[in-house]
Design a protein around this ligand. Structure first.
Ligand SMILES: Nc1ncnc2c1ncn2[C@@H]1O[C@H](COP(=O)(O)OP(=O)(O)OP(=O)(O)O)[C@@H](O)[C@H]1O
Ligand SMILES: [Mg+2]
Length: 262
């Protein structure tokens, strides 16, 4: 079976309107994400991670290279890709239930079926009792749970996440990471997850892709061979595969960061 997400020879330059020179953000990216695989991307700040995600989401047009999801060339946003950003991922004027069901409304899914699915995903992310609340009535962690449920409820082929847990406190972040593991087991979704945090990248993913400083190139791929059901933070400090993978990713990222500082 071909990979769900295929990126070939993708480069990106942003035009600079002031100097007339362009900013070279991505350089010849080649990667594949298999069906049901969880892949994380780490790299120094400004290396082009969000640029990659925005191209995959169809929010940023690209000219160099090719990107396909399920064999279809990406040329704009589509139901086949669900995106969760760091913030502002839910609509403030809609309740939790109506945020989660939004994608189904757009797809004109009948109300009965829509309500059933919304309930399923409210239960999955633990937001029972908050169906009729508005985003300003929720904590940061609950907002991100709502955003994850909203994306999953539309049943995308690939879920794209750009530092979704960066804005919540450390305790909530750990809980959300464990919940995302549980959700990935329950839904078997194909997930591309961008993060600064090396621990998070190693904890969540089957494979971690490390990017160089700008222009972002893929410098290494690190496999993390830990069954998904064994991934909880109590076990990880004594899990040698986790510490090996995390240390390897850290070395690769720090190599890039210190070269950058020099
Ligand atoms: N709209 C834009 N116009 C011009 N340059 C941009 C634009 N967006 C990003 N850039 C530049 O492209 C480069 C990559 O930016 P990008 O946001 O993809 O980095 P990132 O890896 O996501 O960084 P961070 O980890 O800080 O979120 C940066 O040098 C940035 O200044
Ligand atoms: Mg970014």
């Amino acid at each position: 079976m071909p990979a769900k997400l295929i990126v070939q020879g993708l480069s990106h330059h942003y035009p600079d309107e002031y100097t007339g020179e362009s900013v070279h953000a991505l350089d010849d990216i080649n990667l594949e994400v298999e069906d049901g695989e969880f892949v994380s991307v780490v790299g120094p700040s400004g290396c082009g991670k969000s640029t990659l995600l925005n191209i995959l989401a169809g929010l940023l047009p690209y000219r160099e290279g090719s990107v396909t999801v399920d064999g279809n060339v990406i040329d704009g946003p589509g139901h086949d890709r669900g995106v969760v950003f760091q913030e502002h991922a839910i609509l403030p004027w809609r309740t939790v239930a109506r945020n989660i069901g939004h994608g189904l409304e757009l797809q004109k899914v009948p109300k009965g079926e829509r309500n059933r699915k919304v309930k399923e995903f409210i239960d999955l992310v633990g937001l029972e009792g908050f169906e009729d609340r508005y985003p300003h009535e929720l904590s940061g962690g609950m907002k991100q749970r709502c955003a994850v449920a909203r994306t999953l409820c539309a049943d995308p082929v690939v879920m794209l996440m750009d530092e979704p847990f960066a804005a919540v406190d450390a305790q909530t972040r750990i809980t959300l990471q464990e919940e995302l593991i549980r959700i990935s087991i329950a839904t078997k979704k194909t997930i591309l997850f961008i993060t600064h945090a090396v621990d998070e990248a190693a904890f969540l993913a089957d494979r971690c892709m490390v990017f160089s400083r700008r222009p972002g190139r893929l410098i290494a791929t690190v496999d993390i061979n830990i069954p998904r059901q064994d991934r909880n933070w109590n076990e990880m400090s004594s899990n040698s595969e986790f510490t090996r993978a995390r240390d390897q990713i850290l070395k690769l990222v720090r190599g890039e960061v210190s070269a950058d500082e020099a």
